[in-house]
Design a protein around this ligand. Sequence first.
Ligand SMILES: NC(=O)C1=CN([C@@H]2O[C@H](COP(=O)(O)OP(=O)(O)OC[C@H]3O[C@@H](n4cnc5c(N)ncnc54)[C@H](O)[C@@H]3O)[C@@H](O)[C@H]2O)C=CC1
Ligand SMILES: O=C([O-])CC(=O)C(=O)O
Length: 348
Amino acid sequence: MTASILRSALRRSGSSATASSYFASRGFASAPSHERKVAVLGAAGGIGQPLSLLMKLNPLVSRLALYDIAGTPGVAADVSHINTRSEVKGYAGDDQLGEALEGSDVVIIPAGVPRKPGMTRDDLFKINAGIVKSLCEAIAKYCPNALVNMISNPVNSTVPIAAEVFKSHGVYDPRRLFGVTTLDVVRAKTFYAGKAKVNVADVNVPVIGGHAGITILPLFSQATPKANLSDEEILALTKRTQDGGTEVVEAKAGKGSATLSMAYAGAIFADACLKGLNGVPDVVECTFVQSTVTELPFFASKVRLGKNGVEEVLGLGPLTHFEKQGLEALKPELKSSIEKGIAFVHGN
Ligand SMILES: NC(=O)C1=CN([C@@H]2O[C@H](COP(=O)(O)OP(=O)(O)OC[C@H]3O[C@@H](n4cnc5c(N)ncnc54)[C@H](O)[C@@H]3O)[C@@H](O)[C@H]2O)C=CC1
Ligand SMILES: O=C([O-])CC(=O)C(=O)O
């Protein structure tokens, strides 16, 4: 999906758009302006590679640092041949992590192990908690002002881990830490458009809560364009959105979890962060952040992004009885995942 392939695809579809305007029409900004460095940690992985490709296609990026424990020289050499704005460099191994991070405006973290069939996201905690902790220690040291986009699972725990690490280094700014829940929104939009028989490009659906099972709560009552769906249809759409990750894990049958759709979602969210940093007004995405919207210290909801990251955590809006029940049901699990992350950093 290089720029030229995109251009010929667009020509075939009768459009005269360029790759840049292709992305602009899908929520990617088009006008290069500020110098912006983006680092991808875990760049040689299933998500990392296509995400690196998509970030290379983003005209808002001027420098792209691709870091992994191994394999990044190849990925970086490959991606660097694409004739778009950013300068690409690959970094491999601990001793190159600092250089990869230095000067970063946005750090995207898809480092860590993915699920196999039969596992929950929480089963990844044992391995991924340590990976995320050590990467966040390096972020605290080398680019404490960067916006951190946490993809590594379990997001409900890895985001609190990051917050505690940053606090212990005296650099925690809640406006700069995000759990990436965009894939839940991407799925909710796709599934809703299919059921409601509306143009998927016009669809908006907020998804709140967290990023695991029932903690993922799509608010189909607020979906636009409006459609007259039955309670049974809403229930089925809600369950499918909550189980979307598992649907992919089972289909991949031991070969990992969502990578391509996640790379797309991660690229959309990073682009929103860059737009916010660059002063584009009214950039709103659902994301898992420090929050006072409920009694839980972290919660996913719509967030307005700006020059310092989170500008405003937006409220939940009116909920149906079904959604209120879902909200109450998710709280105990989300609370314990958050507490598990916090306890991990304090050695409990
Ligand atoms: N937030 C979300 O919506 C989603 C999150 N995920 C999560 O993303 C993570 C990555 O998934 P995949 O890319 O499929 O896994 P993968 O195994 O294909 O890639 C992970 C990469 O991380 C690297 N890595 C491991 N330790 C590292 C370290 N200390 N520093 C830098 N890189 C390191 C590995 O070398 C590997 O290249 C998983 O935890 C998965 O559960 C996956 C899909 C959606
Ligand atoms: O399900 C998984 O393990 C990966 C993930 O978070 C998702 O696809 O939403």
